[in-house]
Ligand binder design. Structure first.
Ligand SMILES: CC(C)=CCC[C@@H](C)[C@H]1CC[C@@]2(C)[C@@H]3CC[C@H]4C(C)(C)[C@@H](O)CC[C@@]45C[C@@]35CC[C@]12C
Length: 736
């Protein structure tokens, strides 16, 4: 059967490879999947041939990520914290990959895969059949069983965005509209009022697919890119993700491009709405968003501006020559983003959009389209439930730096057993430090990046302040404190400090990718509906605290390098950290859930400048806040709702990861009472499996306040770090 009729008959996976899974959906042969890691670029390959499958055995990491039994043995029972940490590390060491990094799923958001599938479809890109099979399984596995819908992220309530986009995605991979789970999903979508109640990004993708006219989408004028840089609303001031998403969006909006109709899209036009397609008054619904999606409702100002653009500017004042100039300039910026990242892109939202722009501009068989096709694979991830899109092209640098730090903090770095593993990790960190700025940095509005570390790989290549801080810290710990080979020269460490020093905002705080370039008032123009705080880069306690901790460590080893500037930057940053502390002693965390995550970074950074429980009111209040949240079983557990609601919401069950964060915070802050920590250690130890691993619990990360994202390796390195630190601080007593 052809999933994409226009690209001709599908190659289906060899029939013998497919078996039904527990839900009756066809499943590929999991023993044929391999995670390929070329210098950190991670892609999944399916081995069709039996010979190849035999010659290329699955690694333990392949099996682990696919949810297959790893065959790793039971370890001697861990009775002490250090033994538990060692067992955890022993298990986790088997997951290290050849280039030295650790890989993982980075799923959670439910709006990424549909964008990629629409892109495949409209650019006539054949989707490998094994991908299509597994994508179907994943989407059905993540359908909310009660109402048949999908939410913004895997733990969220059903919404129009989630339901409509994932319904379309399933149709694009060949699922019939009569399949009972689709009937249920469609029923819910109609109950919501149909796809006209989706947020702007849903409407955009539907327009590109040709199943909603562009009249139904609020304007995204590329002319905005012609606004001079000094103007307060100029796009170069916007948060980088919004900027890079609105760039190709505006190009496609201006072209009003959509895929010519075919049987499937004709049919989708009937399935997605509650009224006949031709009778819908689209312009009336440009700003309609269902309450289930409307986390951050559009302001009246934006509604007014949209109306003015549609009614006055577009018909009467949109000069063709200016529009052409704007399209050319946006295209130039798209091209620069593509070339600067070797077509990997900043993330899986803008990258597929850029691919569609390349398809229109350069043609279906151009190099840019072919390279994008290959690069989209970098986002795809296989797991036991099927195939999904990761939130970035991986978590390589971020995870690898924290693994090395956990080993150092736990006191294992000098053990010859772990040195080869650490050396390889250091090699990876070395390989992915960014060595040069991008060409034409100012022209494409990029932040300085020489010396920085990115979140994933050097190919993606975006500076992230706290990734730079953690890369710097790991390197100093290994090279200076534990005599590992000097792979990264002192000059390169200084480059990373130079880069960090450029990232401080006048407030003292640090943003993640760039310094803040615009006013928070730009939030009045936030068109997304589903995300909050997305229009500019804000100060983040995590990014600021990580920078302070790393700079403190750097100055210990390089006391003469830019000493006065570092001191001044730290003082300002600490003042910000103190200001950001709430009256109850907590900090709101923006990238992990939530107050517990931020407390760990904040208390550690205060400790790095000597402000600990006994010596600092801020540290004491931070610790007391955490202690007040400890659950009866000795653990900590915070719901993702904390991130949405901005108040601490207890999770019904304590979580291994958050327990480790809270304990690390308390131990770094020198909290004087041992008993709460001891109870928490027992909890970490009792949750550990006999082979040393911890099992997946609730989702750990977040972005834009509303969307959760998984960090599966957190369940390894944070408990290892906490158990190790406890063992070293309080004596390695028997606890279980
Ligand atoms: C375009 C939109 C709205 C969605 C795409 C998703 C991305 C915005 C985010 C997906 C991964 C994020 C969260 C990324 C991950 C690492 C964090 C961090 C842990 C290093 C943090 O400390 C600083 C911010 C992060 C870089 C992140 C920003 C946002 C994402 C790219």
């Amino acid at each position: 059967m052809s999933f994409f009729p226009h690209v001709g008959p599908w190659r289906t996976p060899a029939e013998g490879h497919l078996t039904p899974d527990a839900n009756g959906d066809l499943k590929t042969d999991y023993s044929r999947w391999r995670l390929v890691n070329e210098e950190g670029r991670q892609t999944w390959r399916y081995l069709e041939s039996d010979e190849e499958n035999k010659e290329w055995p699955q690694t333990i990491a392949d099996k682990y990520h696919l949810g297959l039994p790893t065959g790793l043995p039971e370890l001697p029972e861990a009775k002490t914290p250090l033994a538990a940490a060692e067992n955890g590390l022993s298990f986790f060491s088997h997951l290290q990959l050849e280039p030295g990094n650790w890989a993982c799923e980075y799923g959670g958001p439910m709006f990424l895969l549909p964008g990629i599938l629409v892109t495949y479809y409209v650019t006539n890109t054949p989707i490998p059949p094994e991908y299509a099979t597994e994508i179907k399984r994943y989407l059905f596995a993540r359908q909310n069983p009660e109402d048949g819908g999908w939410g913004l992220h895997i733990e969220a309530h059903s919404s129009v965005f989630g339901t409509c986009m994932n319904y379309v995605a399933l149709r694009l991979v060949g699922v019939s509209e009569d399949e009972p789970r689709m009937v249920k999903a469609r029923g819910l979508l109609h109950k919501f009022g149909g796809a006209i109640y989706g947020p702007q990004w849903a409407k955009f993708w539907l327009a590109v697919l040709g199943v909603m006219p562009w009249e139904g989408v609020n304007p995204v004028p590329p002319e905005l890119w012609l606004v001079p840089d000094w103007v307060p609303i100029a796009p170069w001031r916007w948060w980088i993700h919004i900027r890079q998403v609105f760039l190709p969006m505006s190009y496609l909006w201006s072209k009003k491009w959509f895929k010519p109709l075919d049987d499937l899209t004709v049919q989708l036009r009937q399935e997605l709405y509650t009224e006949p397609y031709d009778s819908i008054d689209w312009s009336k619904h440009r700003s309609s968003v269902h309450p289930a999606d409307n986390y951050y409702p559009q302001t009246l100002l934006l509604t007014f501006l949209n109306e003015a653009l549609v009614r006055v500017w577009n018909p009467y004042l949109r000069f063709p020559s200016l529009a052409k100039w704007a399209e050319d300039w946006t295209w130039e910026l798209i091209r620069m983003e593509d070339e600067n990242t070797d077509y990997a892109g900043l993330g899986p939202v803008n990258n597929p959009m850029n691919m569609v722009a390349c398809y229109i501009h350069d043609g279906p068989d151009s190099y840019s389209v072919r390279r994008h096709r290959e690069r989209l694979n970098d986002y795809m991830w296989m797991k036991n439930e099927g195939m999904l899109s990761n939130g970035t092209n991986g978590v390589q640098v971020w995870d690898t730096t924290f693994v090395t730090q956990a080993i150092v903090v736990a006191g294992f770095a000098d053990d010859p057993k772990w040195r080869p593993m650490l050396t390889r990790a250091l090699e990876f960190i070395e390989d992915h430090q960014l060595r040069e700025n991008v060409p034409d940095q100012e022209k494409c509005y990029r932040q300085h990046r020489k010396g920085a570390w990115p979140f994933s790989t050097k190919t993606q290549g975006y500076t992230v302040s706290d990734c730079t801080a953690e890369g710097l810290r790991s390197t100093i710990q290994l090279q200076e404190m534990h005599n590992f080979p000097q792979l990264i020269s002192a000059q390169r460490l200084k480059d990373s400090v130079d880069c960090l020093l450029l990232m401080q905002n006048p407030t003292g705080g640090f943003t993640e990718y760039e310094t803040t370039r615009g006013s928070p008032k730009l939030e009045w123009l936030n068109p997304a509906g589903v995300f909050g705080g997305i229009m500019i880069g804000y100060d983040y306690p995590e990014c600021t605290t990580a920078s302070v901790t790393a700079l403190s460590l750097f100055s210990k080893y390089y006391p003469d390098y830019r000493a006065d500037e570092i001191r001044a930057v730290k003082n300002k940053a600490v003042a910000y950290i103190k200001r950001a502390q709430r009256a109850d002693g907590s900090w709101y965390g923006s990238w992990g859930i939530c107050f517990t995550y931020a407390a760990m970074f904040a208390l550690e950074s205060l400790a790095s400048i000597g402000e600990t429980y006994g010596a600092s009111d801020n540290s004491r209040r931070g610790c007391d806040f955490l202690i007040s949240k400890q659950q009866a079983d000795g653990g900590w557990g915070e719901s993702y709702l904390s991130s949405e609601k901005h108040v601490y919401v207890q999770h019904e069950k304590s979580q291994v990861v958050q327990t480790a964060w809270a304990c690390l915070a308390l131990m770094e802050a020198r909290y004087p009472h041992k008993e709460p920590l001891q109870r928490a250690m027992k909890l970490l130890m009792t949750r550990q499996q006999r082979n040393g691993e911890w099992l997946q619990e609730s989702i750990e990360g977040v972005f834009n306040q509303s969307c959760m994202i998984s960090y599966p390796n957190y369940k390894f390195y944070w408990p290892i770090r906490a158990l190790g630190l406890y063992g070293r601080r309080f004596g390695n007593e028997e606890l279980v």
